[in-house]
Design a protein around this ligand. Structure first.
Ligand SMILES: [Zn+2]
Length: 176
């Protein structure tokens, strides 16, 4: 499935979509094509590689830090937390295909721990079982560095796009 980089009307990276979605945005007049993938030898269709939305997106300004009044935040989703933590256990640093990665609540939910960037970390299943329903103090486990929200959201997204193998040379000039 060909992936397409979606930019806001001010050319900030917003998301990645598949080419069908991109095509529907283009034919509906909601987006313009900035870059295309090279046409395949046997096909004449040039597929969009980078598109730009014509209207300001609700998330626009997030990356430039323009809307300080009510900045929309990246969700602490499993994908985002794993990426922040480098796809490695934050406790024992285990990583790789043989390691089962889970999300651990640093302060357990039963103790009032929230689903937040500061309270969710990547943990291998062994460490997660070892820690169980206890907090750091009770379990005697420690975290360095302390988990936090990405300091540079645009760079965070760009590195995630690259890591997930979804980036393309034609995208590079639009990614920080
Ligand atoms: Zn571990």
């Amino acid at each position: 499935m060909t992936k397409v980089l979606v930019l806001s009307s001010s050319q900030e990276p917003l998301n990645i979509c598949d080419w069908r979605r991109a095509l529907s945005l283009i034919t509906a007049g909601k987006a313009t094509v900035l870059e295309s993938y090279e046409a395949k030898a046997h096909g004449s269709d040039q597929r969009a590689a980078v598109i730009m939305l014509k209207r300001p997106h609700p998330l626009a300004g997030l990356y430039a830090g323009l809307d300080k009044r009510q900045p929309p935040r990246l969700a602490p989703s499993r994908r985002n937390i794993l990426h922040r933590d480098g796809y490695a256990c934050r406790y024992c640093k285990a990583h790789g295909p043989a390691v089962t990665l889970t999300l651990d609540h640093v302060t357990p939910r039963c103790q009032g721990g929230k689903n937040s960037w500061e309270n969710l970390v990547t943990a291998c299943s062994r460490c997660n079982n070892k820690k169980g329903g206890r907090n750091l103090e009770e379990s005697g486990m420690s975290l360095t560095p302390v988990p936090h929200y990405p300091t540079n959201v645009a760079a965070f997204r760009a590195s995630m796009f690259r890591k997930l193998g979804m980036s393309h040379p034609s995208w590079e000039k639009y990614l920080p």
